[in-house]
Ligand binder design. Sequence first.
Ligand code: FEO
Length: 396
Amino acid sequence: MQAREIKPGIYWVGGIDWNLRNFHGYSTDKGSTYNAYLIVDEKIALIDTVKANLTQELISRIRKVVDPARIDYVISNHIEMDHSGALPAIMELTPHATLVTSPNGDKGLHAHYPKEACRWKFKVVQQGDTISLGKRTLQFLPIPMVHWPDSMLTYVPEEKLLMPNDAFGQHLASEFLFDDEIGCSIVREQAAKYYANIVLPYSKSVQTLLTQIQKMKIEFDMIAPSHGVVIRKNVKELVSLYNKWSTHQSDNKVLILYDTMWNSTEKMAETIQLAVEEMNIPCCRTSLTTTHISDVITRVMESRYIFIGSPTLNNQVLPTMASMLSYMQGLRPRNKIGFVFGSYGWGGQAPKLIEESLRALGWELPLPPMAIKYIPTEESLDELRTQVTKILTGAK
Ligand code: FEO
């Protein structure tokens, strides 16, 4: 893709990482992009850079629009290396440019690029600081912990353009640039997966951001994030979803999440599924053997009821379940109603371990775990159906 204009005189010049399949544990099956934007006015500003491996892609796109040496400001909204990796090369090509960043960005860039940063001309900005480019203004709003302490949002009021870096992103590589070009359902799906895997633990900070946007009466009709496509059609819908996800609201549906050794726990999961379906409540039964934890966590975020099952192996949960529970402890999905189940041969510790993990997350667990020895009998499955119905009676 060439440099593309997203607003008059404002160009996408980022990099597309078509082959990215793992973003520190997040299965990025659709690749990703690292978006950078070039604003050409009386002064020229580059907003963010890209991961180091795509430096030449970024430079070549900038060159299609302007000579990089003419850039006056390089804005570093976020120091994480997927956005700052190309910074040393860019600063070499822009000898008179000022590097604009938040106070934490200043510290972070010096720590990441100690040799180079001592030669860069920094301008540290605080909330409400502005830089005039001529017809347009850059306004800065630090948004700590969306995603790192240094994260910052750049806003161009004259263009109603929000550039919030990681916020509102999607790991989605595409030949299309806008949400309405690629199709809004895939953007919604990938924005949810991105939120669940990256942003969820920082939901309080997202709430602070949304409140600030309202208080400061920031008007925008386009969101240009640092990953995925630019949002111009479904701006309100995405903001509303961020409000929903960051306040831990979910849909009245059930996720049955399990792994199995000799199909006894799976038999329990199937029984739960039938019981839920009989109550006409939407339900998804997901095996950890077949579904990656980064897809599972998206379903966890969007479901109110999470029923979790594992047999006991060597006094523990199965390794797939251990990995899932550990991932959830980090991402901290809230406001869930849980139920734990599993089969066992003798020790039977797994359900208790899962229960402890869910209690640590603050989930509501209306009933104790249900463990079945060796092979489920019709009577034990009847009991399981009864338990499930009890929990879900309030869900109808
Ligand atoms: Fe896309 Fe926090 O980096």
